[in-house]
Design a protein around this ligand. Structure first.
Ligand SMILES: [Zn+2]
Length: 356
């Protein structure tokens, strides 16, 4: 707990931009940050515990210290797992089988369904292959998505920055609502809260890549960026998580180098179309309102299961899910959204990719 709190306090900010929030300017030019179209860059964000001055200052140094700490074990894990990954995964990126959300639900007898009316006859392996193929297909025409298409009736609830002390309770709440979600997990958090990730796995949620230590990727070298993406993959694969095929950049910050590295790892970047800004702890009502305000077919809704007190986020889930269902929208994982209602080809990339 202490370690976790320290870890958060040292972080430069939450990764969700706040489009509707007055901008802070202190760190506006802190990084050559690429941004999501219509959204704002990390420079406009304030950490949940903002007020400690100069959050960017010394960040690189802290990252170095963190990296050293993470070093030994992770290096060993990488050595052990990397060859397996390479062999099993192959160049096509399609060989790995993702665990099925519905399969996990049924095998776990937890009563969760995907709520989409998908034919139950579809085998877990077939669904996993279909999702895998869908992600490969989307990757064939874009390195990044902010939402699905608008042809279906699905939305994706996504949770960043875990696992943390609230993750298991959040997963239990999702279980009770029969909802599957997508978790963009931070690798180093697995050292303390891997039980949360394992709960996600048991419940059939998607566990994806949110880097190893949640850095501002645009401030890192190509090698460091690759390590950030790959070390998280190693971490979660050791826990039994299917190899992540999706990733989300901390602070929404990325550059051309980031995308090139993600591509070699067969990772599709998943941004978001609606931000609850739950990291600001705005209260249950505000979280519900923001989630539902951004709800439309294909929406990808950003929330957090780590990085601070997530009690309000958990408490908001029943009303969010009820509100979605009232509109005929079904919450699903991002892999399932990519399968059922992918974004159409030809959409513009998130802006400012030419930054560097
Ligand atoms: Zn984050």
């Amino acid at each position: 707990m202490t370690r976790w709190n320290w870890n958060w306090d040292e972080r430069p900010g939450a990764d969700s931009p706040a489009p509707d929030t007055p901008q802070g300017s202190a760190t506006a030019q802190s990084a050559p940050t690429a941004t999501v179209g219509g959204l704002e860059d990390a420079g406009s964000r304030q950490p949940p515990d903002a007020g400690q001055g100069g959050p960017q200052r010394g960040f690189a140094h802290r990252q170095l210290i963190r990296r050293r700490r993470a070093g030994g074990l992770l290096a060993l894990l990488a050595i052990l797992v990397a060859p397996i990954v390479v062999v099993a995964y192959g160049a096509s990126g399609g060989a790995h089988r993702r665990l099925s959300k519905t399969a996990s639900a049924s095998s776990g007898s937890d009563g969760r369904t995907d709520g989409t009316g998908r034919a139950p006859a579809q085998s877990p392996a077939a669904l996993a292959r279909a999702e895998e193929g869908a992600i490969n297909h989307v990757l064939s025409y874009t390195p990044a998505v902010v939402a699905g298409g608008r042809k279906g009736n699905e939305v994706a609830l996504t949770f960043d920055d875990g696992p943390g002390p609230y993750t298991q309770a959040l997963v239990a709440k999702l279980d009770s609502l029969h909802v599957h979600a997508t978790f963009f997990a931070i690798g180093e958090m697995e050292r303390y809260f891997s039980a949360g990730t394992q709960a996600e796995l048991r419940s059939g949620d998607a566990v994806e890549d949110h880097t190893e230590t949640h850095p501002m990727l645009t401030s890192l070298s190509r090698r460091e960026q690759r390590e950030q993406l790959f070390e998280q993959i190693v971490r979660v694969e050791v826990l039994g998580v299917p190899r992540p095929r999706l990733w989300r950049p901390p602070y929404g910050a990325f550059n051309a180098t980031t995308l090139a590295q993600a591509r070699t790892l067969h990772l599709l970047m998943v941004l978001w179309s609606a931000d609850t800004a739950d990291y600001t702890v705005p209260g249950v009502h505000a979280i519900v309102e923001r989630a539902l305000a951004g709800a439309h077919p294909g929406a990808i809704i950003l929330m957090h299961d780590g990085g601070g007190n997530r009690s309000d986020t958990i408490a908001a889930l029943p009303a969010i899910v009820a509100g979605l269902r009232k509109r005929g929208l079904h919450p699903v994982t991002v892999p399932q959204l990519m399968l059922d209602d992918p974004p159409p080809p030809g959409e513009p990339l998130p802006s400012n990719l030419s930054g560097d």
